[in-house]
Design a protein around this ligand. Structure first.
Ligand code: FES
Ligand SMILES: [Fe+2]
Length: 460
């Protein structure tokens, strides 16, 4: 028998210092969206393994989930000029996202209205004057209208106005282009509330894709996504992070159906660390995104903390470069991992020093294959000069993140540790003999919250 029967399920918390205690000690006032909590107990039922292992469940997701949800397809800087396009693929679905003549963005089903041929190859990008089918040459303008087709005399039954490309909803936020195949879906901002009220879209919009990794994984897309929804795994999977990052004291919140978040503190070691560390020792192994300007060794002043020194270092570095004024921005918003999940498959990290974005999707038609997009964003040049987003680097399941050009080896190693668990999680789910996965009431609430919404789309 374990647990304390005096405490109601979901009320227990890690005995280490809480996120809110650390935020109280911030050198600046911390905005309200970080100082409030939004958690309640959602039950403790197991999550059926069949959601990961059943081809039939996967088929139902393809029919009932993916055509109905907002997903980011690309960044605006991928398609700056008229005719620029990106193909976004999810399972069998393929969506052509195009910059149109009027400067707006259009999205279409990537299929010809003649005999259905895919118009541009999956995962491709480039620039086109019009959309021309490679099979018989039916040609569409950048608004998707059928402009011409050979041998019109043979198609007296074809009225071009009935043969426009299938339009898909498209909207933007924070420099991301989102699509939704459902014409009746709610507007993007309503769908992703309260993220746009919490985080200024400029945090993402003023940046560009500096590194883009697409890793193929031998697991269901949800197994991949769920590995990034909790910090419970940090002490076992990433024990090296215990010196600088919180783990079991991470704060978890959820909002409505589609959004949840975690706040994982940096510069505050794990409560499970055996040896106490000085603030200077913590600072010496601090992980922060852009450390390129750390020249001489940073020192923690008497009574100071590693968190405060790193946050101030970052403010000074940005000011030196003539960037955004961060003098009023809290330490937490600069150094912590503040990760917003938007159902069903995407995460946006709003920490200013290390803005990263994830997307997880089925790869082709197999329930146990997925593709994990990792994007690391960097500040746009201050002189407004155009930016060239990094080409995606595609990794096989066995390949290391550390081979990606520009990837910090320390960061690459962390992602290798994460993705290193995934095939075993998939295979174990198949052979378990148990009905499902058991979740912690608090630390794994984001996984439960995601499944609660999934149930609204897909029957078990
Ligand atoms: S299938 Fe596209 S032109 Fe025939
Ligand atoms: Fe991890």
């Amino acid at each position: 028998m374990s647990g304390n029967s005096d405490i109601r399920p979901g009320d227990a918390r890690c005995p280490g210092i809480s996120v809110q205690d650390l935020l109280d000690d911030d050198s600046r006032p911390v905005p309200d969206y970080l100082t409030t909590e939004s958690y309640f107990f959602l039950g403790d039922k197991d999550i059926a393994f069949s959601r990961y292992t059943s081809p039939d469940y996967f088929r139902r997701e393809l029919e009932q989930l993916w055509p109905k949800v907002w997903q980011w397809a690309c960044r605006e800087e991928h398609i700056p000029e008229t005719g620029d396009y990106v193909v976004y693929d999810v399972g069998p679905y393929s969506i052509l996202v195009v910059r149109a003549e009027d400067g707006g963005i259009r999205a279409f089903r990537n299929a010809c209205t003649h005999r259905g041929t895919k118009l541009r190859p999956s995962y491709s990008s480039g620039s086109i004057e019009h959309i021309r089918c490679p099979y018989h040459g039916w040609t569409f303008n950048l608004d998707g209208d059928l402009a011409s087709f050979p041998c019109e005399w043979d198609f007296p039954h074809v009225d071009p106005k009935d043969y426009a490309l299938g339009a898909v909803q498209v909207d933007t936020w924070g420099g991301f282009v989102f699509i939704n195949m459902d014409p009746d879906a709610p507007p993007l901002r309503e769908y992703m509330a309260p993220l746009p009220e919490h985080v200024d879209s400029a945090v993402f919009a003023n940046r560009y894709v500096a590194i883009h990794v697409q890793k193929e994984l031998d697991c269901n897309w949800k197994i991949a996504s769920e590995a990034f929804l909790e910090a419970y795994h940090v002490m076992e999977t990433h024990s090296q992070l215990m010196r600088t990052n919180g783990d079991a004291n991470t704060q978890y919140d959820f909002y409505g159906d589609n959004v949840n978040r975690l706040i994982n503190v940096a510069g505050s070691p794990s409560a499970f660390l055996q040896e106490p560390m000085t603030e200077q020792e913590i600072l010496d192994c601090f992980l922060i995104g852009d450390r390129s300007d750390v020249g001489e060794k940073l020192l923690v002043p008497e009574g100071g903390t590693a968190r405060k020194v790193m946050a101030q270092f970052y403010r000074d570095m940005v000011a030196k470069r003539g960037g955004t004024d961060l003098s009023r921005v809290s330490d937490s918003e600069i150094v912590d991992s503040i990760a917003y999940f938007v159902f069903p498959n995407q995460q946006f990290f709003s920490g200013i020093s290390f803005p990263i974005v994830y997307r997880f999707r089925p790869l082709g038609m197999q329930h146990d294959k997925s593709l994990f997009d990792l994007i690391i964003l960097k500040q746009r040049p201050l002189d407004g000069s155009p930016v060239e987003p990094a080409e995606p680097v595609r990794l096989k399941p066995e390949e290391s993140y550390t081979i990606v050009p520009g990837m910090d080896p320390y960061v690459g190693h962390v992602y290798d540790q994460d993705t290193g668990n995934m095939e075993a999680a998939q295979e174990g789910a198949m052979t378990s003999g148990r009905a499902g996965a058991t979740l912690g009431n608090y630390q794994e609430i984001r996984i439960r919250h995601m499944h609660r919404t999934l149930e609204k789309y897909v029957r078990d």
